[in-house]
Design a protein around this ligand. Structure first.
Ligand SMILES: [Cu+2]
Length: 366
């Protein structure tokens, strides 16, 4: 018997199943617990109904079978039976609808929020803004996952949380009511973190809201849940939930970094510094379309290598990167030094021979 179980386990590969629970996730927010509770309540109501209905059916089939000489009863229009089979389901439905409506109303009620995060979907990355704290950044698929996509099977196995990791994580405080304002810059995306019980469409031109009060410190992962183009599967979500004290520290660190970036944008950078920074920014933000080696994917995504704009006067180059054009998205949300670096990189990598772009050039072109 034991051998049989082991053989069966090997056949089904239980190791693979170990990560999968049978039930839906319970999550870590007040809402996700409520949603889980609703799910379990409806599940048990269904189980009881199934037992009663199938029990009566199988009992009747067995006890009143023809070989025992059963004769079918013959009656119609039983007011009593009709009342029972109308009233009982109505009571059951109301019993489920009342708690379900309560949760649904709570889901929409963001008035308790203690802080706000604005989430913007882009093809194919997420932008996070903390309007009150003055923090804003882009969260891209992490570089090792990006490299592993076209690498070997071993690369994909070795990549840290392959396709579920980012370069810069959303950081949130624990035990705090957080309102999410969710929108998009281009097509419809969907911000989905199942542990939070949050799955909300990001529509261009509209702002949807959702909220979460997270009760457990940890790292939570999610994905874009609306087919949004070629790299839809490559814009994951990673959220670090930290203690309130750690969150405060993180906020002041980000604010200091932002202030330093503004200050450095007034300086003149060396070409080497711009190239080094530019490469990272290019790989994270531009390589999805223009390719890491600058070859692009013509005719839709032009090559950077040998491009007339990239090798020509800087003004035209700055203009298309700041404002976008057709399927080329705007990158005005990046800082002056980041943009100067990425453009200097494009203009001098891949055998190009363009001029150096300084942060001040970008600043004056905005
Ligand atoms: Cu998307």
């Amino acid at each position: 018997m034991k051998k049989l179980v082991v053989a069966f386990g090997l056949l089904l590969n239980f190791n693979v199943f170990a990560e999968y629970g049978l039930n839906m996730t319970e999550g870590v927010t007040s809402l996700s617990h409520d949603i889980y509770g609703l799910h379990m309540m409806v599940f048990w109501v269904s189980v009881v109904i199934a037992i009663v209905v199938f029990g009566a059916m199988f009992y009747s089939l067995y006890m009143h079978r023809q070989s025992k000489g059963a004769v079918a009863a013959n009656f119609h229009e039983s007011t009593k039976a009709e009342l029972v089979w109308t009233i009982v389901p109505i009571i059951i439905l109301i019993g489920m609808a009342v708690p379900a409506s309560k949760v649904l109303i709570d889901l929409e009620d963001t008035t308790k929020a203690e802080m706000t995060i604005k989430i913007t979907g882009h093809q194919w990355k997420w932008q996070y803004d903390y309007p009150k704290e003055g923090i804003s950044f882009i969260s891209n698929l992490s570089q090792d996952s990006r490299d592993a996509v076209n690498g070997t099977d071993a690369d994909r196995e070795n990549a840290d949380n392959y396709l579920l990791n980012v370069d810069k994580r959303l950081v949130l405080p624990v035990d705090t009511s957080i309102r999410f304002l969710i929108t998009s810059n281009d097509v419809i995306h969907n911000w989905w973190v199942s542990d939070f019980g949050v799955k909300q469409d990001a529509n261009p031109g509209f702002i949807n809201d959702a909220w979460a009060k997270i009760d457990k410190i940890g790292t939570y992962r999610g994905q874009c849940a609306e087919l949004c183009g070629k790299d839809h599967g490559f814009m994951p979500i990673v959220v670090d939930v930290v203690s309130k004290a750690d969150y405060k520290k993180w906020v002041s660190k980000q604010q200091a970094a932002a202030a330093a970036a503004v200050a450095s944008a007034n300086e003149t950078w060396s070409k080497a510094d711009l190239m080094a920074k530019g490469k990272t920014i290019y790989n994270a933000n531009c390589a999805a379309c223009h390719k890491a080696n600058g070859s692009g994917m013509p005719p839709v995504f032009p090559a950077m290598k040998g491009s007339v704009i990239v090798n020509g006067p800087a003004a035209k180059h700055i203009n298309i990167v700041l404002h976008g054009k057709g399927a080329m998205p705007t990158f005005k949300m990046l800082g002056d030094s980041d943009l100067a670096a990425v453009m200097t990189y494009e203009r001098n990598a891949f055998g190009n021979t363009g001029s150096v772009v300084q942060p001040s050039d970008v600043k004056s072109a905005r």
